[in-house]
Design a protein around this ligand. Sequence first.
Ligand SMILES: [Zn+2]
Length: 410
Amino acid sequence: MSTFATLWAELEPIGRDSHTGGYRRYAFNDAELQCREWFTSTAQARSLDVELDRNTNLWAWWVPPGVDPQAKALVIGSHLDSVPDGGAFDGPLGVVSAFAAFDQIVASGLQPDRPIAIVAFADEEGARFGIACAGSRLMTGALDADKARALVGRDGPTMAQAMRDNGFNPMTLGTDSERIARIGQFVELHVEQGKGLVDLSEPVGVAECIWPHGRYRFTFCGTADHAGTTRMQDRQDPMIAYAHTALRAFDAALLASQRATFGRMEVEPNGTNAVPSVVRAWLDARASTESELKDLVEQVSTAALEATSRNGTTVEITPESITGVLEFDRELRSHVANSIATSLGIRDVPVLPTAAGHDAGILASAGVPTAMIFVRNPTGVSHSPDEHAEEADCEVGVRVLAAAVQGLLA
Ligand SMILES: [Zn+2]
């Protein structure tokens, strides 16, 4: 068995639900702690120095003799946690590939002149505490430590409590500028969460940018009433206004090849036999450019205003977070693309935008040169037990990651 296949087989059963086949590796739960143990023993088997940073991200360092440990490191890796009932590949593929690529680099006899580190960022999906990329955001200061400590988990305890219960010290959380200064480059390999590579018939590609995206809270207000005695024409039902808005959001995004999702809502009073008084719904919108994102959100907002004016309800729209387009480092990107071209013997390496957020994006916003390698996903399905990548494609991923690292160190 190849190193990749061996490591993959070790990690695969951890945190997989036997009924759904999906993964439940959430920050500081048993499965996630087991993944951390796997990381540690895998690193120690390679004589790497394992380090837990102040934000609970895990690092495995290789500082060859004679190399200045403070020299800017080349960092590879990804994350080990999952969304609820997520797939096996989102995150772990990048960490397993990093270890397998590391073995190839060592076997090649390369003598790096600076440290190499493998990282597993903590709580990337935010499944338990609600904030994505918490580990990297804390590190860069994009997430405030007090705010993080107070986040309430879906299962009850705050992040601080969950950390304490499992032997972590929540008081160490906070910006880690020293560490960021030590990262020369970060290359994250990740399963593609779409079908770009399937369409191009290539096993791997490089990321170009992360689409701008935003989250907006729509609060529709009407009048609570009796579901039996109130005639249909007499109702001020905010659910109906919301429903029209959601349909229009879908159509607008579909027509323009963008993304609009209402994936979360709250209803008051939330009774089967009551016309609701309030519907709160959250729009997640993403588009290829910032002006297209603005247009998309305007179209959805207009739809909401029209729908509410038709049935005597109101709507208030509050942007909760808006993130601009993030372009990965041009030089590093083209270096990675050249490595892929050379090692696979192809001329045109696919360059893909992505509409998903990643730790690489957080680091890039903090000024770290970052690049991403995507591995083909045959169905494009992600955040689902059906997420998949063929083993042969994963092995290509390992090879090109190793080639990219060797190229950067040569
Ligand atoms: Zn991921």
